[in-house]
Design a protein. Structure first.
Length: 96
């Protein structure tokens, strides 16, 4: 059986804007959400998250404040290191 790929196969591509309103948050915030979603054991420090997202820590903190206001992330104290980590809330997990 031969497949006519041009006429028989339909591929749908989605962008972030198709799934989430563009005004909801910027690219750094979206990247932070994705990184936190992939961090199953909540091991990312804010410095590590900043490196993954590719923005300076002050810019990341501004994005995290916006995500926290939308109840998509929360700050959590790591008792071993004394550092704050960003963690997805159930709402943030549901969004992704």
């Amino acid at each position: 059986m031969k497949c006519d790929w041009r006429n028989e196969v339909r591929v749908e591509c989605f962008t972030r804007a198709d799934l989430v309103p563009p005004t909801m948050f910027g690219e750094a915030a979206w990247d932070a959400l994705l990184a936190l979603y992939a961090d199953e054991h909540n091991e990312l420090t804010l410095d590590g998250l900043s490196g993954l997202v590719g923005v300076p820590a002050p810019s990341l903190q501004k994005s995290l404040v916006g995500l926290e206001r939308q109840r998509l992330v929360r700050g959590e104290l790591d008792h071993d290191s004394g550092k704050i980590r960003a963690v997805l809330t159930p709402g943030g997990q549901h969004l992704l």
